[in-house]
Design a protein around this ligand. Structure first.
Ligand code: NAD
Length: 301
């Protein structure tokens, strides 16, 4: 049987249409959901990610304000965040990573007010996630959970192997997959014999950023794969002169999978949509009031 291609773009567009209706119906236009995006430095990939985020937000009625600095001190950045924290018209704040070397992300990300921390990187939100309390779930893990939910992928008792233990993807995903009753293994750069673990995976999530890392001989037949990796690779055959590559060699691995996300068009669009979802919830003031079992746009968590 050919693998089921987990089409993130299609689900993302459906979710975005639902959110657009909610924004209209709730008559939020008077004070539209408003996301502030801060970029420091000149990272090319960050420019592209921010462009994608603002375009998607505008389409459904989420206002965005972009604050861009090539160079800035940690103190000055802290002041900008404080102003945004106190601005009642701003509902969500994100600081695009990576930051330049003169700024320690740990010093900055925890300065965003937890209710406006729509990336879910503040320690308070991370703690709430650990305790299964309503919170802003980081966007990429939330997008993956939604795909798991929509495609009814069994997680209970399954072995989920996550490659990458970053605070934005791998580590929170590990917690969330345990919440879904999976047996979780987290691998990283210091893992010896990666194949030993990937071979055991019923669900494999690769979040590394190394095209070609996952080959056919590293996975078992019937595995479900979420390829989070996104690496811009030079490609003179395209107008943009680059192409986006995942961690998995799609052509050779997909034939033996039961389901797999493509790159692009898999996890990426779901990540952007999850960020919009978090911003909408922040605007509705739901984050710390949402009760378990209350209707949510994202059902995965
Ligand atoms: P990161 O650099 O913070 O983390 C990379 C992780 O990979 C680390 O845990 C590291 O230990 C591990 N690693 C590195 N080399 C390895 C190897 N050879 N074997 C096993 N583990 C190895 O990166 P990140 O921010 O978590 O992002 C990871 C990838 O996911 C990047 O390509 C990034 O662009 C992509 N990403 C995509 C989305 C999306 O929406 N699709 C969102 C976030 C990140």
């Amino acid at each position: 049987m050919p693998p089921h291609i987990l089409d993130g773009k299609k689900i993302a567009l459906q979710k975005q249409a639902t959110m657009a209706t909610i924004i209209q119906n709730y008559n939020l236009q008077a004070l539209p959901p408003h996301l502030a995006i801060i970029q420091v430095g000149d990272d090319t990939a960050s420019h592209i990610y921010i462009k994608n985020k603002t375009k998607a937000c505008k389409k459904i009625g989420i206002k965005t304000t972009e604050i861009y600095h090539t160079h800035i001190s940690e103190n000055k950045l802290y002041k900008i965040i404080n102003e945004l924290n106190e601005d009642p018209t701003i509902h969500g704040i994100i600081v695009q990573l990576p930051l330049p070397k003169n700024i320690n992300p740990e010093n900055i990300l925890h300065k965003i007010h937890p209710a406006k921390d729509v990336d879910g990187f503040h320690f308070k939100n991370y703690g709430r996630l650990s305790f299964k309390l309503p919170t802003h779930v980081p966007a990429t893990p939330l997008g993956i959970l939604e795909m798991i939910h929509i495609h009814k992928i069994e997680t209970k008792g399954k072995h989920c192997v996550i490659i990458g233990n970053s605070k934005i993807v791998g580590a929170p995903l590990g917690i969330l997959m345990q919440h879904l009753q999976a047996t979780v293994t987290i691998c990283h750069i210091h893992t010896n014999d990666l194949t030993h673990f990937t071979k055991q995976a019923d669900i494999l999530i690769s979040a590394v950023g190394k095209p070609g890392l996952i080959t056919q001989k590293m996975v078992k037949k019937g595995v479900v794969i979420f390829d989070v990796g996104t690496t811009f690779v030079t490609d003179n055959h395209t107008i943009s002169k680059y192409t986006l590559k995942g961690d998995v060699i799609f052509e050779e691995v997909s034939p033996i999978c039961s389901a797999i996300t493509p790159v692009p068009g898999g996890v990426g669009p779901m990540t952007v949509t999850a960020l919009m979802h978090n911003t909408l919830r922040a605007a509705q003031g739901q984050v710390y009031t949402l009760q378990k079992n209350q209707t949510k746009i994202f059902k995965g968590y």
